[in-house]
Design a protein around this ligand. Structure first.
Ligand SMILES: Cc1cc2nc3c(=O)[nH]c(=O)nc-3n(C[C@H](O)[C@H](O)[C@H](O)COP(=O)(O)OP(=O)(O)OC[C@H]3O[C@@H](n4cnc5c(N)ncnc54)[C@H](O)[C@@H]3O)c2cc1C
Length: 478
């Protein structure tokens, strides 16, 4: 546990005034993210910060890092806390840096289609502003109504538009960050970006991002329902081979059922469902071929109001939380060719679970799958139910899948996620530019467990995985 040194406290107050807080009740708000953790976890790590600061400028972050370095205090950057991998959680107290006050759109370069923004800008607010100039984001997460630009860049990932434009990192033109020595650095080449973006703040606090944009275009969503997982996956592959949807997602019958139960609004059958979204121009070109391919696999097309409603629902995958009251999410990336078999295996192995799956096609060869298990964090079994998230990841691995992210809870999967070479480069970079190890410790590289020598979260998760998986499978019935 870090006891806030009185001298450090005084220095922080001198810089941040009433924008630094030491109050425990306020700190508690920053001790969790999207995921609900079982109580025993809090005995292993200290997720409650000792202080929270709300900087307003890069210069303030430079000063903060220098103080943290001098006193050896961990610094944990935080956007909206909409991630579920524990990336924004302290593991041994320290200072949480809430980036929400750094939320200016600095420049919109219409000619070069670039927006330069501070990290606390919320994706949907940015989209709203650039739409006024006839521009649009190329990619955004479905958490766009709350997630921040810095948070998604630091977490990494794919989202709406990734089928056409790649990951969030593929859409960064330039990035400014403050390293662990308090130096401001600017990077734009991909090799350098790979040492900061997707690195969860362990190599630097992102202070400015230049994001690539596209022209604002009218989109045509088309929802298609299929008799089987195989038909769904075969049509997706055929469509991708013959035309260019802007974005494409899918859902299992159980996901549709759960979502419709949660909202009380029923417009679709409980079937395997895909939503293809085309630019108006592309759809005009391919409409007939599209209908012919879908008909071959007995798909039913929904256009117009029903499809537009589904498209507008993309921002609310968590609506089914109402049925929980707790949702345990689990994510993985799998090759597109294995999608049908993976979905069928989920049905066969986990059929009795209250779980729905939705996913996005995030490139010509891969999809992200997001499983939602319903549970109740107030129940005694919840500690073990947490293992359900591991069930999906391990099943995905059987189909050549890999984790979607690492963060705190999956730090033992970091090598699988980043690859050996990139991980060792990240470590080298971190050691050089964060020599005191103050930047978001415990993420990507596993956190030590309090009071237990030689054991870290990664080792504990590795040892505990088979047990948690067993518990998850046995206790998941609802
Ligand atoms: C409903 C819902 C939908 C979602 N949809 C998607 C999706 O489509 N695609 C996807 O990939 N994810 C998705 N997510 C996960 C999550 O929203 C994203 O990872 C997200 O963009 C995180 O942004 P945030 O501002 O909440 O960051 P946080 O959760 O606060 O932080 C994420 C990580 O970034 C670090 N960080 C935050 N700000 C900075 C900074 N300025 N500098 C350095 N490090 C920083 C934190 O320490 C942490 O490690 C979804 C989540 C929800 C709840």
């Amino acid at each position: 546990m870090i006891l806030m040194n009185p001298e450090a406290k005084e220095k922080l107050e001198g810089i941040f005034g009433d924008r630094v807080r030491f109050d425990r009740d306020e700190a508690l708000v920053y001790s969790h993210d999207l995921a609900t953790l079982p109580d025993p976890v809090n005995l292993l790590i200290k997720t409650v910060p000792d202080a929270v600061v709300l900087p307003k400028s890069t210069e303030e972050i430079v000063k903060l890092i220098k103080i943290a370095g001098e006193f050896g205090i961990p610094v944990v950057p935080r956007g909206a806390g909409s991630g579920g991998y524990g990336g924004a959680l302290p593991v041994d107290g320290g200072i949480v840096v809430d980036m929400s006050f750094m939320n200016s759109i600095i420049e919109i370069d219409e000619e070069n289609m670039i927006a330069i923004v501070e990290p606390g800008v919320v994706w949907k607010d940015l989209e709203h502003e650039i739409n006024k100039r006839g521009l649009s984001l190329r990619v955004y997460p479905t958490s766009a109504p709350s997630a921040t630009v810095g948070g998604w860049v630091a977490q990494g990932g794919w989202g709406v538009g990734s089928l056409t434009y790649g990951s969030v990192v593929d859409n960064i033109e330039e990035l400014e960050f403050v390293d662990g020595l308090g130096e401001i650095r600017v990077i734009r080449n991909r090799m350098k970006l790979d040492l900061v973006a997707e690195c969860e703040g362990i190599t630097g606090i992102i202070t400015k991002v230049a994001i690539k944009l596209k022209s604002l275009e009218d989109m045509v969503p088309i929802v298609v329902q299929f008799p089987s997982a195989t038909a769904l996956s075969m049509v997706i592959e055929r469509i991708l081979a013959e035309m260019n949807p802007y974005t494409l997602n899918f859902a299992t019958p159980k996901f549709i059922k759960m979502k419709q139960e949660a909202t009380g609004h029923r417009s679709l059958d409980e079937k395997y469902t895909a939503m293809f979204v085309f630019t108006e121009e592309e759809y005009g070109r391919v409409k007939e071929t599209f209908s012919a391919i879908v008909a071959e696999y007995l798909g039913i097309i929904h256009e117009g109001e029903v499809a537009i409603e589904e498209w507008n629902e993309r921002f609310y995958p968590m609506r089914l939380k109402r049925l929980g009251p707790t949702v345990i999410p689990s994510e993985a990336i799998i090759p597109i060719g294995n999608l049908g078999d993976f979905l069928m295996a989920v049905e066969t192995e986990l059929g009795e679970f209250a779980l729905g799956i939705e996913g996005w096609v995030i490139g010509p060869d891969k999809v992200s799958v997001l499983a939602f298990f319903l549970d109740d964090e107030r129940s005694k079994r919840f500690t073990f139910s947490f293992g359900k998230s591991i069930v999906i990841l391990n099943l995905a691995k059987k189909f050549e899948g890999k984790p979607y992210s690492t963060g705190l809870w999956l730090s033992h999967e970091a090598e699988e996620y980043f690859g050996k070479k990139r991980l060792s480069e990240i470590l080298k970079f971190k050691k050089k530019f964060d020599p005191y190890g103050i930047l978001n410790p415990g993420k990507i590289f596993p956190a030590r467990i309090r009071g237990i020598p030689f054991v870290d979260i990664g080792k504990m998760m590795k040892i505990g995985t088979p047990f948690l998986e067993f518990a998850g499978k046995s206790l998941g019935k609802k």
